[in-house]
Design a protein around this ligand. Structure first.
Ligand code: ATP
Ligand code: LTN
Length: 334
């Protein structure tokens, strides 16, 4: 290992990733891969906190790995692995559970939101979700965690748990910092720009998925909810719809938000929405092509997964033994 700092992040293979996941997370995974020792996980255990169809979950797990690679995450530079392939994630969760208080978990915004949207299945895993996420991060001596703005509270809990453990048992965990993208830390829904774009939205026009084809992408942007004004400028508070489209356009076209505002000065909303749709469709096309070709080579994807799990396991095992020793679990001599 080099003297670079370690970066860890993950995405859940729950359904089809959206351009929100891409802008908020995966695009940053690619940008940061030279600067850090990067470890990217596919958080399948987290998915189980809401009801999943087993066959779809298995398929989505492979597809997410293909998507990471298609977006530009380099398997030669980064460790990519599936969370459930490294048992230490669940094991460290148990230890951290014994130091986490229910009050810390039931005030989490995501828990409250998901308890509302999955009212028939408010299970212990849903509440414990942030502790599993803390374990993911802390197992790898992680210095930085690139995520979207919605994960801020979870990273704060991770830091609190690391500091609490270190305080009780002496220095063990690195206390990680979040990294949010400069623009697009929270991509909003196309149907209601005051809400986060979410892959689990019931309204398929609310999100653009990473697998949508060109016509679908353009149609969804044409329908995007904006406002009754006619001017195009960046003001997330008063013009959330237009500002969201400007952010998306900026990320996909590589033009700054300021330059995009100049480019669309005097133009109507209709033209603007089509241009945003075209920029996104153009950005997604090569990713889709690469992903489709990778999905044809299952043996290759499996080999990356196995290699990733082996590398992750070596690091996770060391951290967990240290933790077990520090808390007083007895280990017999061999
Ligand atoms: P769901 O919408 O089903 O609750 P999710 O997409 O929020 O799931 P993940 O798949 O685990 O959950 O998210 C992976 C990463 O994508 C996280 O870093 C998250 O912050 C980021 N992300 C998700 N949605 C957005 C968004 N609308 N804008 C920016 N980043 C996002
Ligand atoms: N909870 C995250 C996904 C996730 C994650 C992580 C992100 C699981 N484990 C560790 C960063 C670090 C989400 O975005 N919903």
């Amino acid at each position: 290992m080099s003297d670079k700092k370690t970066l860890f992040s993950a995405v859940q293979p729950s359904g089809i990733p959206t351009i929100g996941n891409y802008v908020g997370a995966i695009n940053n995974f690619v940008k940061l891969q030279d600067e850090y020792n990067c470890i990217y996980s596919i958080a399948d255990l987290h998915c189980l906190t809401v009801r999943q169809d087993p066959a779809s979950l298995r398929k989505a797990t492979q597809e997410l790995l293909a998507l990471y690679i298609a977006c530009g995450v380099d398997p030669e530079k980064c460790i990519m692995f599936v969370q459930s392939h490294v048992p230490q994630h669940a094991e460290l969760t148990w230890i951290l559970n014994t130091m986490t208080y229910p009050g810390e978990l039931n005030r989490m915004t995501q828990f409250k939101d998901k308890s509302r949207s999955h009212a028939d299945n408010v299970n212990m895993g849903l509440m414990d979700y942030p502790v599993l996420m803390a374990s993911d991060i802390l197992l790898y001596n992680t210095a930085v965690v690139p995520v979207g703005a919605d994960q801020k509270q979870h990273i704060e809990l991770t830091r609190d748990l690391a500091i609490r453990f270190n305080g009780r048992y002496s220095d063990t965990f690195v206390v990680p910092e979040p990294i949010f993208p400069k623009h697009g830390a929270k991509i909003m829904s196309l149907a209601d720009p005051t809400k986060k774009m979410s892959k689990s939205d019931e309204n398929v026009n609310a999100f653009v998925s990473m697998y949508d084809d060109t016509d679908t992408v353009i149609r969804k942007f044409k329908r995007a909810v904006t406002d009754s004004d006619t001017k195009i400028y960046f003001d997330p508070e008063n013009k959330p719809g237009i500002s969201n489209l400007l952010t998306i356009y900026s990320v996909f076209s590589g033009v700054s938000v300021e330059d995009a505002v100049k480019e669309f000065e005097g133009k109507g909303y209709g033209d603007f929405k089509i241009k945003v749709g075209e920029a996104v469709a153009e950005g997604l096309k090569p990713i889709s092509e690469k992903r489709n070709s990778l999905l044809k080579d299952k043996a290759y994807l499996d080999s990356i997964m196995l290699k990733g799990a082996e590398s992750a396991y070596k690091i996770a095992r060391k951290t967990l033994s240290k933790v077990y020793r520090k808390v007083g679990l007895y280990s017999p001599e061999r």
